[in-house]
Design a protein around this ligand. Structure first.
Ligand SMILES: Nc1ncnc2c1ncn2[C@@H]1O[C@H](COP(=O)(O)OP(=O)(O)O)[C@@H](O)[C@H]1O
Ligand SMILES: [Mg+2]
Length: 222
């Protein structure tokens, strides 16, 4: 079944009076449970594509359907609700909240969903174990290594059991073996829960985890 579909998607960014066409008419279908890797040089449009596939942004032209929902038709508020329910987004720079502990960072998406404190606690305990951070629960991000921070970001993305994980160069700031561990973790989520995973990378080791490779060049698929 098709989980995500882009139809003739164009994305323009406007900087003062200049407009940059970052995507020039991209069509793509992602099957449920697939692991898709976007590859391409810097500036080719990978992050732009991931932001659309992760319901962080909407296209200038064309349509993006996520589980049948046309996200280009949603208001900002509906879009963020949809994102919170359906997506786990892992940013290249982790985007953790520095004054929050590991637990507080991870449970934040559940607070947005107004999940009770007892349920949050149970779910956070489970996910801390599955990412191997049970001994670091009360640390702040600046008291963790890069690999541990990325594990927190992954746990935060997974805590809501999202149908999709969208990850922008998830291993870019990690050493080889830590990066491999992160990819193993995502592959395990895919095996256990059928999570559809879409990520961008430059790294051939990381692309080995993909089932489908999509090459991006100058705002187009090649
Ligand atoms: N917020 C933005 N404002 C203006 N231009 C942008 C913005 N984000 C990306 N771009 C431009 O869009 C193109 C694609 O960028 P991006 O999607 O970040 O590529 P990649 O992730 O493959 O490096 C580049 O030319 C980039 O400069
Ligand atoms: Mg990028």
């Amino acid at each position: 079944m098709v989980a995500l579909k882009l139809a003739n998607v164009v994305k323009d960014y406007h900087l003062d009076k200049i407009s940059v066409r970052a995507l020039k008419g991209v069509s793509l279908e992602v099957k449920e449970g697939d692991i898709v890797c976007l590859m391409g040089p810097s500036g080719s449009g990978k992050s732009t594509l991931l932001n659309l596939m992760g319901a962080i942004d909407v296209p200038t032209e064309g349509k993006v359907f996520i589980k049948g929902t046309d996200i280009s038709a949603l208001t900002d508020r509906k879009l963020s609700e949809f994102r919170n329910r359906t997506m786990g987004f892992i940013f290249q720079a982790f985007n953790l909240i520095p004054v929050f502990s590991v637990i507080e960072n991870i449970e934040y998406p559940l607070q947005l969903q107004k999940v009770s404190s007892a349920q949050r606690k149970q779910r956070v305990t489970e996910i801390l174990c599955s990412v191997g951070l049970e001994d670091y629960a009360h640390r702040r991000p600046d008291e963790l290594s890069g690999g541990q921070r990325q594990r927190v970001a992954i746990a935060r993305a997974l805590i809501t059991n999202p149908a999709f994980i969208v990850a922008d160069e998830p291993t870019a700031s990690l050493d080889h073996s830590t990066g491999k561990g992160i990819m193993e973790l995502m592959a395990e989520m895919n095996r256990k829960m059928g999570t559809t995973i879409i990520f961008a990378t430059h790294d051939p080791m990381v692309s080995e985890y993909a089932r489908s490779i999509v090459n991006v060049m100058d705002g187009e698929l090649v």
